[in-house]
Design a protein around this ligand. Structure first.
Ligand code: ADP
Ligand code: MG
Length: 567
């Protein structure tokens, strides 16, 4: 072995290690899931590179993970023959956290462990979870294509630093040795480890093997049973989950698979698994997460589906298959129509990816429609991702009506700031003679609720949607109608509620207008250039006057929004 070098962890890694050891202790067995998941990713990555350079396999093309236990040494070792790492990889991946937004995420931590442990789940850690049960971790790794003497050993006690040295390693791939802490002996039990693997890693598509001792020749009920040799035995199903038949997959398997592909520690809210045959042949398995990732609003954050072509992993975060307003959807897409050498550039403009995108968007929307049947569950979804979905009508013209049906709003009907009114609910409550959907956009729900524009609507018993999210003005510009009914801002001119009035009211209104004609003239003179027009309003009941924008002008909120982005 060469010279040992000591390196310090990135500050965030130190924070993460501390937090993880304390807050995840009650669920410590997940370390095994994380390490097996990494080994499986490493196999996927090797297979991908070997598509263009099959020599990378050497004489070892059967990819697998092995777990071995050593009671004497009190170690648990996970070894794979996947892609492996060189020295630069080791430093980059096992000494720092490469995710975008990492610094921001850690600056949000409060120091209160119970609060922070909830946050850590959505950050998704992984390799470092080894330190929950290990007092020391040794990683020996050799990158595919590199000679035996350019392997690397990484070692750390999970405190401030780690060491790195050059070593010899006979075979390709990564071996992770956990030196178990006192009291963690349960992870030396084959039965225990096997049951953890079946629980969390059954869906891993390569074999997860454990050593099976041989038995000597013996006799049972007068029959001779031949001796068996010790051998490596797969303890998981080892077929890619999405290729299996839906009816044979349990909910728990779907949930664990989600955690594997999403790097999220919480369970998904729902999923949808589809095999499509015909013009395009593909399988998609899509998930709605329970919680928004911490970097949902970070422009550089990665999103998209995990892409496979004929079961061969091609890339993570293929964003071509999901429009941006569905960027919270996670999942796998396995296509039989794309070439194995497909690249991000090629994906950009093939007919196949366009039609896959159409198919996946439509599956995702259907999944949300299904979720919406359970209003409680859907509310959980809406509270996390509603703001993103509101980008939909502007982005996806073809599915506008379907997206509109999935939107939820606060409304004067239930007098609360909770966004839980569907447009279909609104339509079902429309008054006789009402043919438009009324809405009001304001800076806050409070401001909307107390707007003088609402007075006449309250008086007439007409429901008004109250919109106060930043995106709402943008949304309404791209949503002209729903179910054949036009949207109408109650803050704009051109509002004609006369159809809803009886003859007598109309007569009275006409009289009022005549009586105030001279007053209006004086107002116009006094206000001059500051206003476009002054009109008698029948819209107010308590307030004496209000400012409205012209039907075709930008609304006051839009003006504010434009100003805020420097227009
Ligand atoms: P994630 O899996 O979300 O990327 P992890 O903390 O689990 O995060 O792993 C960090 C990185 O370390 C991985 O992305 C990978 O590059 C590298 N890595 C971890 N385990 C292995 C392994 N067994 N083989 C090759 N690379 C690995
Ligand atoms: Mg991982």
């Amino acid at each position: 072995a060469g010279q040992k070098q000591t390196h310090g962890f990135q500050a965030e890694v130190k924070q993460l290690l501390q937090l993880m050891i304390h807050s995840l202790y009650s669920n410590k067995e997940i370390f095994l899931r994380e390490l097996v998941s990494n080994a499986s990713d490493a196999a996927d990555k090797l297979r991908f590179l070997a598509l263009s350079d099959s020599s990378l396999y050497g004489d070892d093309g059967e990819l697998r993970v092995r777990i071995s236990l050593d009671e004497q040494a009190r170690t648990l070792t996970i070894s794979d023959n996947g892609i492996g790492m060189d020295e630069a990889d080791v430093i980059a991946h096992l000494g720092t956290i490469a995710k975008s937004g990492t610094k921001e995420f850690f600056s949000q931590l409060s120091g209160d462990q119970s609060k922070d442990s909830k946050l850590i789940g959505q950050f998704g850690v992984g390799f470092y979870s080894a330190f929950i049960v290990a007092e020391k971790v040794t990683v020996r790794t050799r990158k595919a294509g590199l000679p035996a003497d350019s392997a690397v050993e990484w070692e750390s006690a999970g405190e401030g630093d780690y060491t790195i040295s050059k070593i010899n390693k006979a075979s390709r791939g990564t071996e992770i040795v956990l030196h178990l802490r006192d009291g963690e002996d349960e992870f030396l039990s084959r039965w225990k480890v096997e049951s953890i693997v079946t629980k969390y890693s059954d869906h891993i598509s390569i074999p997860v093997e454990m050593w099976q001792e041989g038995t000597p020749e013996r006799e049972e009920d007068g029959e001779k049973i031949p001796a068996t040799e010790g051998h490596w035995q797969a303890v998981n199903k080892a077929t890619a989950l999405w290729t299996r038949d839906k009816s044979e997959i349990t909910d728990d398997e779907y949930k664990e698979f989600y955690k594997h592909i999403s790097h999220d520690w919480s369970e998904p809210l729902s999923w949808s698994h589809n095999k499509v045959e015909g013009n395009n042949n593909y399988t998609s398995l899509l998930y709605v997460p329970k919680k928004a990732p911490f970097d949902m609003w970070n422009r550089e954050a990665k999103h998209g589906l995990k892409l496979y072509v004929q079961r061969v992993f091609i890339m993570d975060d293929a964003e071509q298959f999901m429009p941006s307003y569905l960027r919270f959807i996670k999942g796998v897409l396995d296509s039989s129509d794309l070439p194995l050498n497909v690249s991000r550039e090629i994906l950009q403009d093939t007919k196949v990816s366009q039609s896959l995108r159409k198919g996946c968007s439509s599956r995702a929307l259907k999944m949300l429609e299904k979720l919406a049947k359970d209003s409680e569950q859907y509310q959980l979804f809406w509270n996390e991702f509603g703001q993103v979905l509101k980008e939909g009508p502007a982005e996806d013209f073809a599915n506008k009506e379907q997206i509109a049906a999935l939107l939820r709003f606060a409304s004067t009907h239930n007098d609360s700031s909770v966004q839980n009114v569907a447009l279909a609910d609104y339509v079902s409550r429309m008054k006789e003679g009402q043919d438009e959907i009324y809405f009001l956009v304001a800076d806050s729900h409070e401001a909307a609720k107390h707007s003088p524009h609402l007075e006449v609507f309250r008086k007439k018993g007409l429901e008004v949607l109250l919109l106060s999210d930043r995106i709402d003005e943008w949304l309404m510009q791209h949503l002209p109608e729903f179910d054949g009914k036009k949207f109408r801002s109650v803050a704009k001119g051109g509002l004609d509620l006369s159809k809803l009035d009886d003859e007598q009211t109309k007569e009275e209104q006409k009289k009022t207008e005549e009586a105030f004609a001279s007053v209006l003239e004086r107002f116009k003179k006094a206000l001059g250039e500051q206003v476009k027009d002054v009109k008698v309003s029948h819209r107010l009941t308590d307030s004496p006057a209000c400012v409205v924008t012209d039907e075709f002008d930008m609304s006051t909120q839009m003006i504010k929004l434009m100003e805020s982005v420097g227009q």
